[in-house]
Design a protein around this ligand. Structure first.
Ligand code: SAH
Length: 518
């Protein structure tokens, strides 16, 4: 019987994360992540998905890869149970689909036996991810009437679990082996011994649906030797059947403009979402490495902000120079129990398209967006309009003094309102530092002079000499390039339009022209 004193039991959601591309999680899976207090994710899950949750995230890996912790299955089951018993909403996030070779079934049985409520959300399994992203139509009408998902990771010492190669060799369709790369030689040999012709097309797909996706094509006979010389890294699948031949027509992912390119995004994390998303959609790998943390202002400042907001009608112009400034401004407006009617008398200026877009999301269409997206251009555009007018600049705690200088010069009655704080990040995260040292991060985008300077400082703290950096630098504007060069960095490309989109376009263009400097 339930009473107010009985403990509230939580719930476990077993969610399929998909094969790698974070866009391949289901809508239901994303909803579960948004509600989670705790996310236990396995080694195959793309960490970019963790942006969908505010809960605590803990990685569990049963196989040692890099420096990940190995957690025994029994321990995972016990944690799922105890967290739910403590009343938490837990998401168990698993690569691909939870029930396809994922031990999801075992986890659910443990929950069932412990009386824990659960739901299970399907995911795109690695095979279908590889099918679409690498170009294999497993059951293409003219070539195959069935497909089998097979584990290649059978314990050879367990007589009874040996694969029935004779049945597999006679299978009338495509075979997809999971977990088989380390035993590829044996798999291909055994299929031939069991009667499958050696010239049957076969391929290995590594990291399907990720920017690091790689496909090696051959035949049953040639594939083991071909893969041996390629230094392929798991996870990977072996695809065997006629469908391998048609890949040239079906492949699209590897043709995306930034396919395989990794790009460090130095923006504050809460503004990096759009950029990360766009890099993924262009086939690249975003690596989040914020140089500046954005935080709220302190209490006395909040009181001051509320005081200014109540007098907003005094201002004839409001100037916004960052996406964050817009978001924080409206948050403070809301906290002060005010709304957009306060802005009715003011003309509004935005420094660039992203800031303008954020304003539009609050129902405000800016009157001015300069042709070039920097403070000088904004000041020049406003110069003819603000003489003798009251102007309020909504800003971060740190920034350049171009606007106050230039607008006071033209006779504006200039005031400023700091709505959020910028703080420097102290260190590079270890993963980024090691990739910079190893040269496995292709690019870094620097989107302001202060970010460029900060990045150079952090390199030195990580004992990397800016001049020896293997990663190429793309900057947002000439000013940022100048700051980067002054800090000892070499700039490889510069955006022609001063937005993150411009940075990505510059990187894309550089693919077609040899790097002038490295
Ligand atoms: N539940 C997962 C499979 C877990 S078993 C799913 O439905 O996909 C782990 C195996 O999945 C790996 O050894 C590999 O064979 C395969 N795998 C997972 N992600 C992969 C990917 N992105 N590309 C290729 N194979 C992958």
């Amino acid at each position: 019987m339930s009473s107010d004193l009985s403990p509230v039991i939580g719930k476990v959601f077993l969610v399929g994360a998909g094969p790698g591309d974070p866009g391949l999680i289901t809508v239901r899976g994303a909803e579960c992540l948004a509600q989670a207090d705790l996310v236990l994710y396995d080694g195959l899950v793309n960490p970019l998905l963790l942006r969908l949750t505010k809960g605590l995230c803990v990685r569990t890996a049963r196989v040692r890869r890099d420096d990940a912790l190995i957690v025994a299955q029994a321990e995972i089951n016990a944690r799922l149970i105890s967290e739910a018993q403590a009343g938490r909403t837990v998401v168990r996030l698993k690569g691909g689909d939870p029930y396809i070779f994922g031990r999801g079934g075992e986890e659910v049985v443990a929950l069932y036996e412990a009386g824990i409520p659960f739901e299970v959300v399907p995911g795109v399994t690695a095979a279908t991810g590889a099918g679409e992203y690498a170009g294999f139509s497993f059951t293409h009408r003219e070539i195959s009437s069935s497909v089998a998902f097979v584990t290649g990771h059978e314990d050879p010492n367990r007589e009874e679990s040996r694969l029935n190669y004779r049945a597999l060799a006679a299978f009338p369709g495509t075979l997809v082996f999971y977990m088989g790369l380390s035993r590829i030689k044996e798999i291909c040999e055994q299929l031939q011994v069991a009667g499958m012709p050696g010239n049957v097309p076969a391929a290995v797909v590594c990291h399907a649906s990720l920017p690091s996706q790689k496909v090696v094509e051959g035949t049953l006979e040639t594939l083991p030797a071909l893969t041996a010389i390629q230094h392929l890294r798991p996870p990977s699948l072996i695809v065997i059947g006629e469908c391998v031949r048609h890949r040239a027509q079906l492949s699209w992912f590897e043709k995306l403009p930034l396919f395989g390119v990794s790009i460090g995004v130095t923006r504050p994390e809460d503004q990096a979402e759009d950029v990360a998303q766009q890099i993924v959609r262009m086939g690249g790998e975003p690596v989040l490495m914020p140089m500046i943390q954005v935080g709220p202002v302190n209490r006395p400042q909040q009181t001051e902000i509320a005081r200014v907001l109540r007098q907003l009608q005094r201002f004839q112009w409001l100037v916004f120079t960052s996406v964050n400034g817009v978001a924080e401004f409206f948050r403070h407006l809301h906290d002060a129990k005010l709304d957009t009617r306060c802005l009715a008398n003011a003309q509004i200026a935005a420094i660039g398209p992203s800031t303008a877009e954020r304003l539009r999301s609050f129902g405000i269409n800016p009157d001015v967006v300069p042709a070039e997206y920097n403070a000088e251009s904004l000041a020049r555009t406003l110069a003819t309009k603000v003489h003798g007018k009251t102007v309020l600049w909504v800003r971060a705690s740190r920034g350049r003094d171009v606007l106050p200088r230039m607008l006071t010069d033209v006779g504006a009655l200039f005031a400023q309102l700091v709505v959020y704080e910028n703080r420097d990040v102290d260190t590079l995260c270890p993963e980024v530092a090691s990739r910079l040292k190893a040269g496995t991060l292709d690019w870094i985008g620097l989107s302001s002079p202060s970010i460029a300077r900060r990045f150079a400082q952090l390199l030195k703290t990580a004992t990397i000499a800016p001049a020896e950096l293997l990663t190429r630098i793309a900057t947002i504007s000439p000013l940022t390039s100048a700051a980067a060069r002054e800090s000892g960095l070499t700039v490889a490309v510069e955006a022609t339009v001063a937005t993150w989109n411009g940075i990505l376009q510059a990187i894309e263009r550089s693919k077609y022209s040899p790097p002038s400097q490295k």
